[in-house]
Design a protein around this ligand. Sequence first.
Ligand SMILES: Cc1ncc(COP(=O)(O)O)c(C=O)c1O
Length: 423
Amino acid sequence: MINDDKLYVWHPYAAAIDKNPVYSVKKAKGVYIHLATGEKLVDGMSSWWCVINGYNHPKLNKAIKDQISKFSHVMFGGFTHKPAVDLARKLNAITPRSIQKVFFSDSGSVAIEVGMKFAIQYWYSKNLEKKKKFLTVKSGYHGDTFATMSVSDPINGMHSVFKKTLLNQIYVSKPEDSRDFNLKKSKSLKQIEQKLKEKHSSIAAVIIEPIFQGAGGMRVYHPDYLKKLKKLCEKYNVLLILDEIATGFGRTGKLFGFEHSNIVPDILCLGKSITGGYMSLAATMVSKEIAKSISNKDPGIFMHGPTYMANPLACSVALANINLLLSYDWEKKIKNIESAVFNSFKEISKNKSVKDFRVLGAIGVLEMKNKVNVKSIQKKCVEHGIWLRPYSNLIYIMPPYVISKKDLTFLLNKLKKVIELEY
Ligand SMILES: Cc1ncc(COP(=O)(O)O)c(C=O)c1O
């Protein structure tokens, strides 16, 4: 099978025939991933932020099975169904009152594209068509499609090949690390204010990941930064789009990242862990004001409509996943993960190869002095029964919230061992 994989299959961020191995998965249950070669790995990645409640969960399996026996899909143009309406109602119940309308799509990148289109069409509806650019911060990451690449970090390499074909947006310095933040002295906020002052008549929205910048650098910034940013958006009549695709549904210790700052976005993008890693689904939520204004001005419709929009299987499992999350003390579980990871990373960071470490909620990041050898580290991880996927100079973990104390201790001890062997 691995040979056919090499022949026919292209993997993410990889060459056609990649130098890094891929490991064949036979089954997964709880926090364990079982390989075809017999190894059992404790998952430290939640499959890229998604699997918050563990693999193969009976309640989530049941939600899909129940729905599949009714219907797996119907077009959403002209039809509606209970899974979509129940999920939209649930999302309304757990987010601020002013954001109400839910637009479903199939991936995080598309949810951001949709959010950007909403922002542009909103200003169009206000006869302010010139407001069509986006202001964003460096070190951000919002996806791999063209518009999302245009608001992701312009030089961190991932998208450098496409640089010349991208929409030209407005960038400012990345938010200061939360430990170095000073509200009055923040260079990033000063640049934002300056750009907004100069260019607000051409800016539709500011787009940012709240509190934690993910794939663009795995950085934590201060809640007061976001509070001030919201005020600046209001002052200069610019919308605020929050990308909660990675941070949403508890990962940072609050249900949503923006809750650390007690602010409300105009447009909220959700994805990844919404279905607990079962199916690809994303949601873009907009304020009542945006919904009303777009609908009241010719053409009176929002021009987007994915074929698999509001897929009933995905909506059913998303609702079951959110209900499951809210049924246990997830805040306590995440606090426990946070303190265990902090203690362990403090110890690991004594290794001279570690430059810095940061921990927020169920996210732990080791920033190494140099670029890591992904192939070598991953091989050692597999040999020691854990699953991680470092990149650049970052080794990070974000385990499923349901990980037991014993498995978390195992994950952290083995990671320490791998780092000792590697450096
Ligand atoms: C913050 C953020 N936004 C958007 C995306 C894109 O989501 P997707 O990979 O589902 O398109 C990601 C994916 O890693 C992300 O972390």
